[in-house]
Structure formats: structure tokens, C-alpha cells
Design a protein around this ligand. Structure first.
Ligand code: ADP
Ligand code: 5GP
Length: 205
């Protein structure tokens, strides 16, 4: 069976990654979204095991020590990491898996799985980013400023990504994301079929 493809979605805090992922999962059934572990506290409405697995620092460090994470990073005073077992199981089953993670983690995943598709999502402007972060109303102004400072650093790494999607209109953003992943999948499958065929032909030559 053809293995699924792995996509990493990154973007500044407040870009709309979570919103886009939720809509993508509603609109298209093809995807498995990995749930990360984090030491940050749940926001209002977030449920343990749905948005994140919320962990104490000690528990998180135990997961690192036991090699249970594909990657992990520090982001504005907290740990975030991708549990290994779910991702590997889903890919083996042929599911296309999406990781919604920041840039350091994205680069580690690309190192371990070179076929990973790296997608960066951004709002149309920096001013709109600030508006969305404030409008979300989930962080203090101090944390918002820290996240905006982090966005400046992250902007330096956008070149490492395969594809940039602007989240202006949400539906357009979600449809583009779906198209980019499906296109990559087709390419991977076409290449795999061609490689198998040419190898066979060369054996018979
Ligand atoms: P992230 O997960 O990237 O930190 P969120 O998904 O939490 O960002 O979105 C940040 C805020 O921006 C939320 O209040 C969300 O409702 C809003 N938002 C997301 N996408 C759009 C969009 N296309 N247009 C306007 N507002 C958006
Ligand atoms: P938030 O606190 O807004 O949910 O997430 C903060 C940042 O952490 C976002 O950029 C998000 O993509 C990133 N993130 C979430 N899960 C992971 C993860 O498992 N690994 C890494 N490296 N980053 C993550």
C-alpha cells in the first residue's frame, strides 16, 4: 500500500493555522491531524487530547528522555512536541498526516523525513497579524508582544518552506492547502510508479 504523505504547516502565531486546520478537517476527510504535547496551559475551550496533550514540564521531559517525540522545541517559555506513535501509525495506514508546528520543529522533521511538504501560512499583513492576535483574546499583551517578536525571527526562515499560503479569505486558504497537498501526493505516486517501471524495464533490457 502507498504510504501517506507528511505535511508540516507552520505560520506566525495568530496567522489562522488552527482555524484553517479545523476547517480543512471538516471540509475534507482525507487527513490525520497530529495532536502535539505542550507544557502551556489550556486556553478557554481547549480540551486535553483534542487541541493538545497538556503536560507538566516533568512529564514532557520524560517523553523526551524516552524518545517518544519525533521533534520538540521551546516556544515562548514552553515546550511543544510531536508524539511519534500516532504519526508513524497513520502514515503506515496510508493516511496523509499534518503537523501544525513551528519552524525549528519543521526543520527537524524535514531532516528526519526528507519527503515532508513544508507549508507556511501567513496573514496578508503584519498589521492584520497583530489584529488577529489581539482579537483572539487568549493572551495577555505581554505574551502577544513576545509572540510578535518571535514572528520577526520566524519570518527569516520562510525561504526554507516549499510553499507559502496567504490566509486572507479562509475558504480560499483551506482549498489552496488541500490542492497543494493533493498535488504533492500525486507527484510522489507518479514518481514511485515511474521508478518501479523503469527499474523493471532495465532489468529486462
Ligand atoms: P494560530 O492557530 O495560527 O495561532 P488562530 O487559528 O487561533 O491562529 O487564529 C487567530 C485569530 O484570527 C482567531 O481569532 C481567528 O478567528 C482569526 N482568523 C483566522 N483566520 C482568519 C481569516 N482568514 N480572516 C479573519 N480572521 C481570521
Ligand atoms: P500555540 O500556543 O499558539 O497553540 O502554539 C504556539 C506555537 O507552537 C505555534 O507556532 C505552533 O505551531 C507551535 N507548535 C504546536 N505544536 C507543536 C509541536 O508539536 N512542535 C513544535 N515544534 N511546535 C509546535
Amino acid at each position: 500500500m502507498q504510504k501517506g504523505i507528511l505535511t508540516v504547516l507552520s505560520g506566525f502565531s495568530g496567522a489562522g493555522k488552527g482555524t484553517a486546520m479545523k476547517r480543512l478537517m471538516e471540509k475534507y476527510e482525507d487527513y490525520a491531524l497530529s495532536i502535539s504535547a505542550t507544557t502551556r496551559k489550556p486556553r478557554e475551550g481547549e480540551v486535553d487530547g483534542r487541541e493538545y496533550f497538556f503536560k507538566e514540564t516533568e512529564e514532557f521531559e520524560k517523553m523526551i528522555a524516552q524518545d517518544e517525540l519525533i521533534e520538540y522545541a521551546r516556544y515562548v517559555n514552553h515546550y511543544y512536541g510531536t508524539p511519534r506513535s500516532y504519526v508513524e501509525e497513520q502514515l503506515e495506514k496510508g493516511k496523509d498526516v499534518i503537523l501544525e508546528i513551528e519552524i525549528q520543529g519543521a526543520l527537524k522533521v524535514k531532516e528526519k523525513f526528507p519527503d515532508t511538504l513544508l507549508v507556511f501560512v501567513t496573514p496578508p499583513s503584519a498589521e492584520e497579524l497583530r489584529r488577529r492576535l489581539i482579537g483572539r483574546g487568549t493572551e495577555t499583551m505581554e505574551v502577544i508582544e513576545e509572540r510578535l517578536a518571535r514572528a520577526k525571527e520566524e519570518a527569516r526562515g520562510i525561504d526554507c518552506y516549499d510553499c507559502l499560503i496567504i490566509n486572507d479569505d479562509l475558504e480560499t486558504c483551506v482549498d489552496e492547502l488541500h490542492a497543494v497537498i493533493q498535488n504533492e501526493k500525486k507527484k510522489v505516486m507518479r514518481n514511485a510508479e515511474f521508478i518501479a517501471k523503469i527499474r523493471e524495464e532495465l532489468e529486462e533490457l
